[in-house]
Design a protein around this ligand. Structure first.
Ligand SMILES: [Fe+2]
Ligand SMILES: [Fe+2]
Length: 288
């Protein structure tokens, strides 16, 4: 590959995507935009206000639904508490909410257990992981995952992701997920570490970790793993690691929340720039 690929990484949106973002990305040199999801904050309908904004993007854009997307607040609580009957019951309306969400996003592609060739990248694909992930080794939104993808357990999820890796004709892969993989640290300020439990711990996803290991074992080059969910700001202790390189893989937590903020009398918009040239990856955090 002689021409560089430029990819914009937009972390958890949480209602923050405006006209300035649209103008900036539409006029940019980006080949592709990847978004880690969570358009809403608390109420699922908040995402329906943000989605039409994102639909105005003229660059190819791929998004994975986060745990705040298409879940009602009671459903989110039932998922956190793992109340079996209630989570099943409250998931009934989710297919309809997902259809509305997809429609509102217009040309933005909604991924999930899917593989997408990178425009302009001869041999590069994005593997999109499990939607609605919330960490903690639980298969959240199991009723919806079962209905939509036939995935009912964490083992089935890992197997599906490995199958996608196996079937992808491209040899260079970028993973896009809502929550990151396990295995990258168990401190509260680790890239996907648990900052809301006194015992801390690794809050990464086992199925994603398995798929990455599988890709490497099959001789694929994993260029980067992009996810969010565990926001940069760490409960009671500053900021978590948002980028690390291990075994040549760039792990990127893009969830700087809020992604639009005021500082020194200026409004800043956060995103991350990923450049790939001849298999070399460069990662830059940008405040524009
Ligand atoms: Fe999230
Ligand atoms: Fe989030």
């Amino acid at each position: 590959m002689s021409k560089p690929l430029h990819i914009a990484l937009v972390g958890d949106v949480h209602r923050q995507f405006d006209q300035r973002d649209i103008a900036q990305f539409n006029q940019s040199d980006y080949d592709l935009l990847l978004c880690t999801g969570d358009l809403s904050n608390r109420w699922h309908w908040e995402g329906m206000a943000v989605a039409p904004q994102m639909a105005r993007l003229q660059k190819p854009t791929l998004i994975i639904p986060g745990n705040h997307d298409t879940l009602t607040l009671p459903q989110l609580v039932a998922e956190i508490k793992q109340w079996p009957r209630l989570r099943r019951w409250l998931a009934w309306g989710q297919p309809r909410r997902l259809r509305q969400w997809q429609r509102a996003l217009g040309p933005v592609q909604v991924g999930g257990y899917s593989v997408h060739p990178v425009p302009g990248g001869d041999d590069v694909a994005v593997v999109v992981g499990r939607p609605f992930a919330m960490g903690g080794s639980v298969l959240h939104c199991q009723p919806q995952l079962k209905r939509q993808f036939g995935v009912g357990t964490m083992a089935e999820s890992a197997a599906r992701l490995c199958q996608l890796v196996e079937q992808a004709p491209q040899s260079q892969l970028i993973f896009l997920a809502h929550n990151g993989p396990m295995g990258l640290g168990s401190r509260r300020d680790s890239i996907w570490g648990n900052d809301f439990h006194p015992d801390q711990g690794d809050f990464g996803d086992a199925d994603l970790w398995e798929a990455i290991a599988f890709a490497q074992a099959r001789g694929k080059t994993v260029l980067a793993v992009v996810a969010g969910h565990m926001h940069h700001h760490v409960n009671r202790k500053g900021k978590r690691t948002w980028h690390l390189v291990r075994d040549g893989i760039h792990f990127i937590n893009a969830a700087r929340v809020p992604r639009i903020f005021e500082k020194d009398g200026r409004t800043h918009h956060h995103h991350i720039r990923l450049t790939i040239l001849a298999g070399e990856v460069t990662v830059t955090e940008l405040l524009t």
